[in-house]
Design a protein around this ligand. Structure first.
Ligand code: KIV
Ligand code: ZN
Length: 515
């Protein structure tokens, strides 16, 4: 069923494609596989796993995800050329259910300056690309990039031709996040009114958040007939990001009285997915972020607390449990056993191999010795380090002299591709000394773009979670590290960023990718 007669909204997750296009948000293969598993388990209908022509890493990720995901449709992005489509089809081959998503710009601005193509040639390429994609699968999605700034006559013509050529989903991107809800809703309605074969395809929204309107625009699209929403966990994505999956799902669920639609997403998995994406990418969620922010269900004002204790509905429009947030997230202390630890990890969405589990358990015990209360957030931060077992550079030890007398020095040991190396460096402060020591052991030209420290939980015994962003030849990566010692966390974060940079260097540079 494709038309507006169904009240089922398909959730198309593009965290691994559009989300990964956020500067610094790269994910490795293992991280992508873990995320795909969580997305499938939560009931996401379509997982856009990558842009196979963009790099060997993207190709491999789509290919591997296509092998393991059974219930969700696995989708790969392709520009309008045959090489892109061939590569996407090849990557998706093992999938039980595959979709090729091909796109081409249709706005006057993009056609003139980006594509340098006349509209007739663009129209021809739309028909060719969709026809070609259909030779691999009967599930083909077509998107007019910069759709919201496209002339309506031309948009209707391209949409009609794409459907005629075999597109089963037509996705309307607000590529630059320019639309406002009334306008976006009217655009979707206009397509239903004017495109004669529109009932042969499912209409989809893909809204960017440059004006903070991505979710509102997507919902306006749904109200006007769209039956698929493209979105990302935590709203990750190019520039200001995409519509946040958790906000779309919870808005539809909470305001079902006004929006009588359903999704297949089990919202109880939202918190797990959000934490996983934050941990993998290092894009921490702002505390007041809707649905998944640390304060989203916290009540500070006494009058609110009193109301909630009397009746939760006074100030809560959704229950914390409905998004998978346990009321008490106090986990374990130093007497907790290995079995309980493994169960806790499962609950948080982590499945570790025996070696990684042993290491993580050892670090958990160390942490529990230092810290009275160990919370979910502590465990997530700690386990994240263990998942980097295949890193080429690994942190071993750090001894730092800090304080006002100076000089601040750092003695560092790293395992560099199996060889233990050590050095002693000074710097302008202990963090600088630590980073200088890393540069001595692993010489590189990357620039430090961001150094950020955040306390995982409350109290002076809290773990510090550090994010380091490095830039080299236009490529940026974020690294994370956590420890009760801020300097150790800093060293771990820097080393993690270096590992990601090494992987990124090996990837082929994408050719003029956009969107
Ligand atoms: O924003 C955009 O236009 C895109 C398309 C590829 C769908 O991401
Ligand atoms: Zn996009």
């Amino acid at each position: 069923m494709t038309g507006t007669d169904s009240n089922q909204i398909l959730i198309f997750d593009t965290t691994m494609r559009d989300g990964e296009q956020s500067p610094g948000a790269s994910m490795n293969l293992e991280e992508k596989l873990r995320l795909a598993e969580v997305l499938e388990e939560m009931g996401v209908d379509v997982i856009e796993a990558g842009f196979p022509i963009a790099s060997n890493g993207d190709f491999e990720a789509v290919h591997e995800i296509a092998q393991v995901v059974k219930k969700s449709v696995v989708c790969g992005l392709a520009r309008a050329g045959r090489k892109d489509i061939d590569r996407a089809a090849e990557a998706l081959k093992p999938a039980e259910r595959m979709r090729i998503h091909t796109f081409l710009s249709t706005s006057p601005l993009h056609m003139k300056y980006k594509l340098q193509m006349e509209s007739e040639a663009v129209h021809e390429a739309v028909v060719d690309s969709v026809t070609y994609a259909r030779s691999f699968t009967d599930d083909v999605e077509w998107s007019p990039e910069d759709g919201t700034r496209t002339e309506h006559d031309f948009l209707c013509r391209c949409v009609e031709s794409a459907i005629k050529a075999g597109a089963t989903t037509i996705n309307i991107p607000d590529t630059v996040g320019y639309a406002i809800p009334e306008e976006f809703g009217a655009l979707i309605r206009m397509l239903f009114d004017r495109v004669p074969n529109i009932d042969k395809a499912r209409i989809s929204t893909h809204c960017h958040n440059d004006l903070g309107l991505a979710v509102a625009n997507s919902l306006a699209g749904v109200a006007n007939g769209a039956r698929q929403v493209e979105c990302t966990i935590n709203g990750l994505g190019e520039r200001a990001g995409n519509a946040a999956l958790e906000e779309i799902v919870m808005a539809l669920r909470t305001r079902n009285d006004l929006m009588p639609f359903v999704t297949g997403v089990q919202s109880e998995n939202i918190t797990k997915a959000s934490r996983l994406v934050a941990a993998i990418t290092g894009f921490t969620v702002q505390p007041n972020k809707a649905i998944v922010g640390a304060n989203a269900f916290a009540h500070e004002a006494g009058i609110h607390q009193d109301g909630v204790l009397k009746h939760a509905g006074t100030y809560e429009i959704m229950t914390p449990e409905s998004v998978g947030l346990n009321k008490s997230n106090l986990v374990m202390g130093k007497h907790s056993g290995r079995h309980a630890f493994r169960e806790k990890l499962r609950e948080l969405g982590f499945e570790l191999g025996d070696n990684a589990l042993n290491d993580a358990f050892r670090r958990f015990k160390d942490l529990a010795d230092k810290k009275k209360d160990v919370f979910d957030e502590d465990i997530i931060a700690l386990v994240d380090d263990e998942l980097r077992a295949d890193d080429r550079i690994r942190f071993v030890s750090l001894y730092v002299v800090a304080g006002s007398r100076g000089p601040q020095t750092a003695e560092l040991e790293l395992d560099v591709e199996g060889e233990i190396k050590s050095t002693k460096s000074t710097g302008d402060g202990p963090v600088d000394a630590t980073f200088n020591a890393i540069k001595e052991l692993v010489p590189h030209d990357a620039n430090l773009q961001l150094y950020q420290v955040h306390a995982v939980t409350e109290g002076t015994d809290a773990q510090a979670e550090v994010t380091v962003r490095l830039e080299e030849a236009g490529k940026t990566v974020n690294g994370q590290g956590a420890d009760t010692d801020t300097l150790v966390a800093s060293a771990r974060a820097y080393v993690n960023a270096l590992n990601k940079l090494m992987v990124k260097r090996e990837r082929t540079a994408p050719v003029a990718l956009s969107a």
